[in-house]
Every structure is written in structure tokens, then in C-alpha cells.
Design a protein around this ligand. Structure first.
Ligand code: HEM
Length: 142
């Protein structure tokens, strides 16, 4: 969810009455501003070696606590603030249930050696390669 997240363009906000100072610059009211979560979640200052899939980076053990807190603050896959995704918690529950179940029931492989292609139309959609699922044989009494 950090490396290949769902939204690949700006999460927009309107600058409120009176304007706002953003990164030291005054932005007039009514301006549409936004942050692209793909950019912040690939920022090496927040996520060292950002292109590396390294789930252990989220473990608290032996980690610089400030770095971890900054990573957690910057995790932006569901947006943030008053317009944060209202489906966030149900989605996390589903992901934590479904992924282990898929891994239990299926052997997974990537088809061929095709390049990984992601099409960005605000939502980022994986086009290639296909993921092949083969149902595992059940062992034991099940
Ligand atoms: C993995 C699954 C999901 C992801 C990654 C996701 C991501 C997002 C993101 C990035 C936003 C924009 C947040 C912002 O601008 O700060 C959003 C908004 C929203 N999401 Fe999700 N979402 C997911 C699932 C769901 C589900 C399951 C529902 C409904 C049950 C849902 C309903 C909404 C709604 C209603 C908004 C608009 C909230 C508002 O503007 O106040 N989302 N989502």
C-alpha cells in the first residue's frame, strides 16, 4: 500500500478564506492545492530506499523512533484529515483477512517476464503482468 497505492494524482483541497501559508508561501483563498501520495510515499527523506519493498521498515524494533513516527504520519494511501477515506478501517480489516486466506488457498506466480505496467487515471490500475492463482491441494482432514 505504500509502494503501489490506489491514488496516483493529487488529493485536492481548496484553500480557505484568508488564504494559507504552505511551505513558506502565501496561497490565496480558493486556490486548489494538493499532494500526490505516490510522490510523498516515494520520498527518500521519509522512507529510506523508497523503491525497495521492505515490510520490516514498519517494525518498531531497533528503529529510530522519530523516523518511524514520520513514516506513520506520512502514510497517505487513504488520504488524511477531515476528508480521510471513510472506508479505511473496513478496508484494512478486509485486506488483513483476505490476503492471508489467498496465500493459504492458492499458489501464486507472475505470468512470464512482462514488464510491470501501472496505468494512472487518478486511480492506479495494474495492467500487466497477470498474477496466476492455482488452488493448493488441501492436506489433512479438511
Ligand atoms: C483499499 C481500499 C481503499 C483505498 C486505498 C481508499 C482510498 C481513498 C482515498 C485516498 C480517499 C481520498 C482521501 C483524501 O482526500 O484525503 C478516499 C476517500 C473516500 N473513500 Fe476510500 N479508499 C478505499 C476504500 C473505500 C471503501 C471500502 C469505501 C466505502 C465503504 C470508501 C469510501 C470513501 C469515501 C466516501 C471517500 C470520500 C471521503 C470524503 O471526501 O469525505 N473507500 N478513499
Amino acid at each position: 500500500m505504500r509502494l503501489y497505492l490506489s491514488v496516483g494524482l493529487l488529493l485536492e483541497r481548496h484553500v480557505p478564506a484568508g488564504g494559507a501559508v504552505i511551505c513558506g508561501k502565501h496561497i490565496p483563498e480558493g486556490t486548489i492545492v494538493g499532494v500526490n501520495p505516490w510522490v510523498t510515499q516515494h520520498d527518500p527523506e521519509v522512507f529510506p530506499n523508497p523503491e525497495v519493498f521492505e515490510p520490516e521498515r514498519w517494525l518498531a524494533t531497533g528503529k529510530n523512533k522519530e523516523q518511524l513516527a514520520m513514516m506513520e504520519r506520512s502514510f497517505f494511501s487513504f488520504g488524511a484529515g477531515s476528508r480521510v477515506c471513510i472506508g479505511k478501517n473496513i478496508s484494512l480489516i478486509e485486506i488483513r483477512k483476505i490476503i492471508p486466506q489467498l496465500l493459504r488457498d492458492f499458489d501464486m506466480s507472475i505470468e512470464g517476464d512482462k514488464e510491470w505496467i501501472v496505468k494512472n487515471v487518478w486511480f492506479t490500475q495494474q495492467q500487466m503482468p497477470l498474477c496466476v492463482l492455482k488452488r493448493r491441494k488441501r492436506h489433512g482432514t479438511g
